[in-house]
Design a protein around this ligand. Structure first.
Ligand SMILES: [Zn+2]
Length: 184
């Protein structure tokens, strides 16, 4: 116990230079962490009644994630995001895409050519609006994310066209640091 107490100021001094970025991220996530389902570490499936989702999500998120809506193109700030990091499901915190698989598709929605793991995503045939499409849903909470098309770039040839409102972006601190160091 005493040992821990003695070490504490030292640890605080070491980590103090990183505290600024950490604070910002904690603030960004604080509302979601209060909910029961949002977790970046718990991979157990989430099944919630729609009225519960309505309480947790914003009206825009509920419309897209739970009612299979589509946000207006070019409206998501993440569409142009080029920062290094990870994209999570905004409803449950499931890791979905890495920034190095993001590309500019010109379609108006954040686009990726590959999910983080095969189980990150659930694929469902979607014949609505007289179109033959494949819907993509979050593998953990089954929220609607968008669609996947066959006109993406190598190596997969796929284009995951995802509504930005159901994505949470977290900057990779280590990767970002390296990126900055490389530039000097
Ligand atoms: Zn989810």
């Amino acid at each position: 116990m005493i040992k821990t107490m003695l070490c504490l100021p030292l640890i605080m001094a070491i980590t103090s230079c990183q505290s600024q970025t950490k604070k910002t991220e904690t603030k960004m996530d604080s509302t979601k962490n209060e909910t029961k389902v949002y977790s970046k570490t718990d991979s157990s499936k989430v099944v919630l009644p729609e009225n519960e989702w309505k309480k947790i999500l914003t009206p825009e998120q509920f419309y897209v994630a739970r009612q299979k809506g589509t946000e207006r193109p070019w409206t998501s700030p993440l569409e142009k995001n080029k920062e290094i990091g990870t994209y999570y499901c905004a409803a449950c915190g499931n890791a979905l895409f890495k920034s190095d698989t993001k590309f500019e598709s010109g379609c108006g929605w954040p686009s990726f050519y590959e999910p983080i793991t095969k189980s990150s995503i659930i694929y469902t045939p979607d014949n609505s609006h007289n179109m033959d499409r494949t819907e993509v849903q979050c593998g953990r909470c089954k929220s609607h994310l968008g669609h996947v098309f066959n006109d993406g770039p190598p190596p997969t040839g796929l284009r995951y066209c995802i509504n930005g409102v159901v994505l949470d972006f977290e900057r990779a601190q280590e990767a970002q640091k390296k990126f900055t160091e490389d530039k000097h």
